[in-house]
Design a protein around this ligand. Structure first.
Ligand SMILES: Cc1cc2nc3c(=O)[nH]c(=O)nc-3n(C[C@H](O)[C@H](O)[C@H](O)COP(=O)(O)OP(=O)(O)OC[C@H]3O[C@@H](n4cnc5c(N)ncnc54)[C@H](O)[C@@H]3O)c2cc1C
Length: 503
């Protein structure tokens, strides 16, 4: 049973089902494309209260809790919100998450908590994501993160290195720091945050949320961030070096290498990879190494984004905000097979993105100036389902055509960087380069080394990476405790034998 169990409360379910839903307060499309600010407003306090009242606190097992990878006690939190106390509501989330402001904004709730909400059988599901995001933002901007009473964290004297500062790494850092371990996070980019900063644009997730979170970890929990440091790269420590200095290591290195198409013209000026495109446009200079500080010229151009996931939608919406003349998503399957969240696709359509389904480029063509001017495409039809369960796209012979474009962004998918695998002795990975772990504990094949997030699953979701971080943190704590006990008893023996020798 949860600490804030509400299933026993005398809730008038019939009355609650009749409360009308409060839609997410999106800014009008024509207004929001003029800037890079968040595309929505959060709920005000009264709206939080009324929307939360729509939750009927289903008896256990509660479908929304089951569907949440973090198993947040959503009905418990929403009950406090419905009583006009969003701060207590968010305190319920803090027990299992600590990422509410982020997950509330970027989770595909329609296939997780909201997708399984009982109210969804008769009406619009409770807007769980917006309630979580709004309450968490209310807490941060009015009261700040909950303080830690002095002396309540007892230092263990044990040191942990976290490699990578995305949601998996941040979750491990927070949970182990709260247990008294001393945490150092190593990050390859100039600032912490992983894809939350170096990928997801401001109009979905404002950077101030991540910056405040990092400040909280540094100032309240004494987590140390060492940026511009790629573990395993020349001149930097390897994982084996870290193991000499730290009691345990967590690998939250994500999947940052972008897939290519392997077609002619991919290296033409005007063809970008998605992360490169997004970070150059969406981040201020101080977030970027000098070689990435120039911004692509997008205004007035015809932009094609190749791919159909969340990253592709972010590239489309970024191009629209950069005042491209025309922005088209080119995807080789049909809309039904698209991998990204429905929410982002709907917003991209509202903002003016066009879609060319069942189409794939086969060549990028240069103009006389040597820059991209068009792409040759082929139409596709769908065959039998492939390993992913989605129907395989098959080129239609003789269907080639030329599409005029000035800028292309490839948003095709990601792989983990092989660097860690190649520089760490005894770290097992599979044929795709994904680190092998025990999914119950996050343990890798190497003692004291744990892993979780996209480097284990392949490109996935923020909440799944965060949940993997939480599992690993729990088991790393147990490992560190047992190591401490062994150390203590080992030291005890040494002290005894020293005493005996002295006698
Ligand atoms: C553009 C984009 C949009 C997305 N949108 C959404 C969305 O709307 N909703 C959603 O749920 N998910 C979304 N995702 C997916 C989500 O962001 C990822 O699943 C999640 O960030 C993975 O978390 P992680 O901690 O495993 O890794 P990451 O967030 O990738 O962080 C890994 C970090 O490790 C660092 N690193 C790597 N190697 C080293 C090394 N050797 N030494 C030091 N540091 C290293 C990297 O620089 C990086 O900062 C999106 C992804 C992208 C790319």
């Amino acid at each position: 049973m949860f600490l804030y169990d509400v299933s026993h409360l005398p809730i008038d379910r019939k009355e609650r089902v009749n409360i009308p839903p409060h839609d997410i307060p999106y800014r009008p499309a024509e207004e929001r494309v003029q800037d890079f600010e968040e595309a929505f407003h959060t709920y005000d306090l009264e709206t939080i209260r009324v929307e939360a009242e729509r939750c009927i606190a289903c008896p256990e097992p509660q479908p929304c809790v089951e569907a949440c990878p973090l198993h947040n006690n959503i009905p418990g939190a929403l009950w406090y919100m419905s009583q006009g106390d969003p701060i207590k509501g968010i305190a319920v989330y803090h027990q299992t998450s600590g990422m509410s402001e982020i997950c509330g904004r970027v989770c595909p709730q329609e296939v997780l908590c909201e997708g399984s909400c009982t109210i969804g059988h008769v009406d619009t599901p409770v807007h769980i994501g917006m309630l979580e995001a709004s309450s968490a933002t209310y807490e941060r901007t009015t009261k700040g993160y909950p303080s830690i009473p002095p002396g309540s964290i007892k230092p263990t004297g044990q040191r942990v290195a976290v490699v990578g500062s995305g949601p998996a790494g941040l979750m491990v850092a927070e949970r182990l720091a709260k247990r008294g371990h001393s945490i150092t996070v190593y990050e390859a980019w100039p600032k912490p945050g992983g894809v939350l900063v170096y990928g997801i644009p401001n109009f979905k997730l404002d950077k101030s949320i991540i910056n405040d979170k990092v400040r909280y970890l540094e100032e309240v929990l004494n987590v140390k961030f060492v940026c511009n440091t790629k573990i395993g790269a020349e001149g930097n420590p390897t994982v084996d070096d870290l193991l000499e200095e730290y009691d345990a290591v967590f690998l939250g290195t994500g999947a940052g290498i972008e897939a290519s198409m392997g077609i002619p013209g991919e290296d033409l000026p005007g063809v970008y990879h998605s992360t490169d495109y997004l970070v150059r446009i969406n981040l201020p200079e101080e977030y970027l190494p000098p070689e990435k500080r120039s911004k692509p010229e997008v205004e007035g151009k015809r932009v094609a984004v190749i791919g159909g996931g969340d990253t592709a939608m972010d590239c489309l919406r970024t191009s629209i905000r950069m005042k491209a003349k025309e922005v088209t998503c080119v995807y080789r399957r049909s809309e039904a097979e698209m991998p990204g969240g429905i929410k982002d696709r709907k917003l991209a359509k509202q903002e003016g993105a066009k879609f060319e389904f069942l189409t794939a480029p086969v060549e990028f063509i240069a103009g006389e100036d040597g820059k991209l001017k068009a792409m040759k495409c082929v139409r596709m039809r769908l065959g039998e389902p492939d390993k992913s369960g989605r129907r395989r796209p098959i080129p239609i012979e003789g269907s080639e055509f030329v599409m005029d474009v000035d800028l292309v962004v490839l948003a095709l998918g990601y792989w983990p960087d092989p660097l860690i695998r190649d520089t760490t002795k005894g770290l097992d990975s599979d044929k795709w380069g994904l680190i092998k772990i025990n999914p119950e504990t996050g343990e890798t094949s190497k003692e004291g080394v744990y892993a979780g997030g996209d480097n284990v699953t392949g490109p996935s979701l923020v909440v799944i990476a965060a949940a993997a971080g939480r599992t690993a943190a729990e088991h790393m704590h147990k490992y560190l405790e047992s190591k401490r006990r062994v150390k203590r008893s080992g030291n005890g023996r040494n002290e005894k034998s020293a005493e005996l020798k002295a006698e």
